[in-house]
Design a protein around this ligand. Structure first.
Ligand SMILES: NC(=O)c1ccc[n+]([C@@H]2O[C@H](COP(=O)([O-])OP(=O)(O)OC[C@H]3O[C@@H](n4cnc5c(N)ncnc54)[C@H](OP(=O)(O)O)[C@@H]3O)[C@@H](O)[C@H]2O)c1
Length: 319
C-alpha cells in the first residue's frame, strides 16, 4: 500500500512511520515536508530508514501537490495546529489525485464535535470540508499520551523525561480517561488504514483506561515516593477556561501561547471532569473501538512506561 505522510518528522508522525515500517503489511512510504525542512536531521533520519522525502509547500501550486500524491492509497496528516488549515488544499489535491483514504489530523482525545474544545472544533471543520468534497476518510483518535500523564516526583528524578508534568488532579480525580503510549499510535494506524471496516468512520485507538487517582497510585507504588494530591476543582477549571478565553480575545491571531493555554484548560475539563475521553462516550459519538476491531492488538502498558521513566530510559517527548 502506498502511503503519504504529512508531518512525518513530528511526534505523532514519527510514531506512525515506525508503526508502518514495523508492520507485517507492506507500506511504501513517502513523507511530504515543507521545503524549508527538507535537510533537517529528522528528515535525514526518515531517509536513512528508507522513507522517500519530498519537499512541497502545501499552500503552493496544486499541481505540485497532485503530482506527489497521485497513486497514493492513503494520505495521513499529522500536522501541528499552526498548519491545520493547510489540510484544505491538501484535501483538494487528494480528491483530484484519487487518494482512496485521507486521515486528517486528529490523534487526540475524544470529545463531542463542537462546544467543548476549540482545538477539536478546528479539526472538525477540516473533517466537515473532507465530507463536503466526498473524499473518503478515517478519523483516528488516540486518547491522552502516557507521556503527558504523570506528575513530578518530589525527588525530581523523572523531571528530565517529562515535557509537561501533570499539575494536579481534575475534579475529584476519579474520572476515567483513555491513555496511549505515543509509540503505539503507529502500530494502531498500520492496522486501521489496512482495514475496509474503518473507511469513512472514526476509530478510537487507545490502550488503557485509568483515573488520575490510579495514575498517581501507580507512580507512588513503583517509585516508593509519596505524591502531593493537588486537586483542581471543576469551578477552578471553568475559571481557567474563562480567563484563557479573555486573554485569547486580547491576543494577536498568531499568538499560539494564548491558544495553547485555552486548549490545555479545555483538555483538562473535557477528559478530567466531563469524562469525554472514555470508550463508552466514544461509542456514543459513533467511534469504532480498537479493542473490538483488533482483540489481539498488543500495547505498551502504563506500568511499563512508568518503569522506563523511573529507570531513566523513557524518551522525553519533542526532544
Ligand atoms: N493525544 C495527545 O495526548 C496528543 C499530544 C500532543 C499532540 N497531539 C495531537 O497530535 C497531532 C500532531 O501533533 P504533534 O504534536 O505530533 O505535532 P509536532 O510534533 O509538532 O509535528 C508537527 C509536524 O508538522 C510539520 N509541519 C508544520 N508546519 C508545516 C507546514 N506548513 N507544512 C508541512 N509540514 C508542516 C512539522 O514538520 P517540520 O517541522 O519538520 O517542517 C512536523 O512534522 C495534533 O492533532 C495534536 O493535537 C495529541
Amino acid at each position: 500500500m502506498k502511503v503519504i505522510i504529512v508531518g512525518a518528522t513530528g511526534e505523532t508522525g514519527q510514531s506512525i512511520v515506525n508503526g508502518l515500517l514495523g508492520a507485517p503489511a507492506e507500506f511504501d512510504i513517502t513523507a511530504i515536508t515543507r521545503k524549508s525542512s527538507i535537510n533537517n536531521s529528522k528528515n535525514q533520519k526518515l531517509r536513512d530508514d528508507g522513507v522517500k522525502v519530498v519537499g512541497v509547500d502545501l499552500d503552493g501550486p496544486q499541481e505540485d501537490l497532485v503530482n506527489v500524491i497521485s497513486g497514493a492509497d492513503t494520505l495521513i496528516s499529522c500536522l501541528n495546529p499552526q498548519a491545520f488549515q493547510s489540510q484544505v488544499p491538501l484535501a483538494d489535491a487528494a480528491k483530484k489525485a484519487g487518494v482512496k483514504r485521507f486521515v486528517p489530523c486528529f490523534f487526540a482525545t475524544v470529545a463531542p464535535p463542537k462546544g467543548v474544545m476549540s482545538l477539536r472544533e478546528q479539526k472538525e471543520d477540516i473533517l466537515n470540508y473532507i465530507k463536503k468534497i466526498y473524499l473518503p476518510y478515517t478519523v483516528i483518535d488516540v486518547g491522552w499520551w502516557y507521556q503527558l500523564t504523570p506528575p513530578r516526583l518530589p525527588s525530581g528524578r523523572i523531571d528530565s523525561s517529562l515535557v509537561a508534568p501533570c499539575q494536579g488532579l481534575y475534579g475529584d480525580g476519579t474520572t476515567l480517561s483513555a491513555l496511549t503510549d505515543s509509540r503505539d499510535i503507529g502500530r494502531y494506524v498500520a492496522r486501521i488504514i489496512d482495514d475496509p471496516r474503518t473507511l469513512n468512520n472514526m476509530v478510537f485507538a487507545y490502550s488503557e483506561t485509568l483515573t488520575q487517582i490510579q495514575v498517581y497510585q501507580t507512580l507512588e507504588r513503583l517509585s516508593q515516593e509519596k505524591l502531593e494530591y493537588n486537586y483542581i476543582t471543576k469551578e477552578a477549571l471553568e475559571n481557567r477556561i474563562s480567563l484563557a478565553r479573555d486573554a485569547l480575545n486580547r491576543a494577536s491571531a498568531e499568538d499560539y501561547r494564548a491558544r495553547a493555554a485555552l486548549w490545555n484548560a479545555e483538555y483538562g475539563y473535557s477528559w478530567g471532569v466531563r469524562g469525554d475521553n472514555a470508550p463508552e462516550r466514544a461509542r456514543f459519538l459513533g467511534y469504532l473501538d480498537v479493542k473490538d476491531l483488533y482483540p489481539d492488538a498488543e500495547w505498551i502498558s502504563f506500568e511499563t512506561y512508568i518503569s522506563e521513566l523511573l529507570d531513566g530510559t523513557a524518551r522525553r517527548a519533542y526532544s
